[in-house]
Design a binder for this molecule. Structure first.
Ligand code: N1C
Length: 266
């Protein structure tokens, strides 16, 4: 029996989570060029080819459950970027609202308004130790497979840098419609709060937003927000808190004008 040419590919490992986003590399490169040429042309000197390579080198041909922050260091170095003092905006369980706000208030930056956050936002990626390709079939799930997976480690590393770089008065949008308004296990509570530099960051201002039409409550005085206050006090960073900050409330009401709490605006 003629054997012919057999192409043997190692089967990729199977994980519980969704696989790498289709066209991951093309999306990454496209976003890099969009950001550096159009969104922030002052970063036009950044080398997107090099950045794209550094991104994939961080995780290809590696076990996606043994990812380290070290893997992403070359990528972090290539994407260094200055956010002006007083312009950093953190968020936790309020992604949509925070990003809606920075879209209108163009001088504030969330992590996704910086180059690396912009490139990676919403994407999923992982490699496999026995192949040089991306695994489009499945990637580790944080809960069911491992917490040290390629994208969780990435978000930890970039969130850490984003917080370390912050200066002046910084802001955070928190979700007052959930019980854990400040969640110590979230990236904000676990990574960012502890990587603010007290010698540079004078104050953290929290905006606690409630869903419009929801029950009225004073979340700034809730126990979870008090916990945040306590942590910052120990770190010598001043804290202030405001329920339903007007400009963001306005945006919520644009999307959902019916509730009586929006009558004032519309
Ligand atoms: O865990 P979170 O919120 O508190 O993380 C948000 C916090 C922000 O201030 C960001 O600076 O941490 C940073 N950050 C991102 O920018 C980001 N973009 C996308 C953290 N995580 C980010 N993601 C993905 O959303 C990532 O997969 C992570 O697990 C979630 C976190 O969302 P969250 O729990 O609402």
């Amino acid at each position: 029996v003629p054997v012919g040419i057999l192409m043997w590919r190692h089967p990729l490992q199977e994980w519980k989570g969704k696989g790498t986003t289709a066209h991951f590399y093309e999306i990454l490169l496209g976003r890099c060029y969009t950001y550096t040429q159009i969104v922030r042309p002052e970063l036009g000197h950044k080398d997107c080819q090099k950045i794209g390579k550094a991104f994939t080198t961080a995780f290809l041909s590696k076990d996606p459950c043994s990812s380290t922050e070290q893997d992403y260091q070359p990528l972090l170095e290539l994407t260094a970027q200055t956010v002006p003092c007083n312009k950093t905006l953190f968020w936790s369980k309020s992604s949509q609202l925070a990003h809606d706000y920075t879209r209108v208030q163009g001088d504030l930056f969330t992590l996704e308004d910086t180059l690396l956050g912009y490139m990676a936002d919403g994407l999923k990626w992982c490699g496999d130790p026995r192949s040089s390709e991306m695994n489009y079939q499945s990637c580790p799930d944080w809960r069911e497979d491992c917490s040290n997976n390629s994208f969780s480690v990435f978000w930890n590393a970039v969130s850490k840098r984003f917080a370390e770089d912050a200066c002046g008065v910084v802001h955070v949008v928190l979700n007052g419609s959930i019980s854990n308004t400040f969640d110590e296990r979230s990236t904000f509570g676990r990574v960012e709060v502890f990587n603010l530099r007290p010698e540079k960051v004078h104050q953290l201002q929290a905006w606690v937003m409630h869903d419009v039409g929801g029950v009225h409550s004073d979340s700034c005085s809730s126990s979870s927000v008090n916990n945040l206050k306590r942590i910052l006090k120990e770190r010598s960073i001043a804290f202030s808190c405001q329920n339903n900050y007007g400009p963001i409330r306005l945006l919520q009401c644009v999307k959902n004008p019916e509730p009586s709490s929006c009558r004032f605006y519309v």
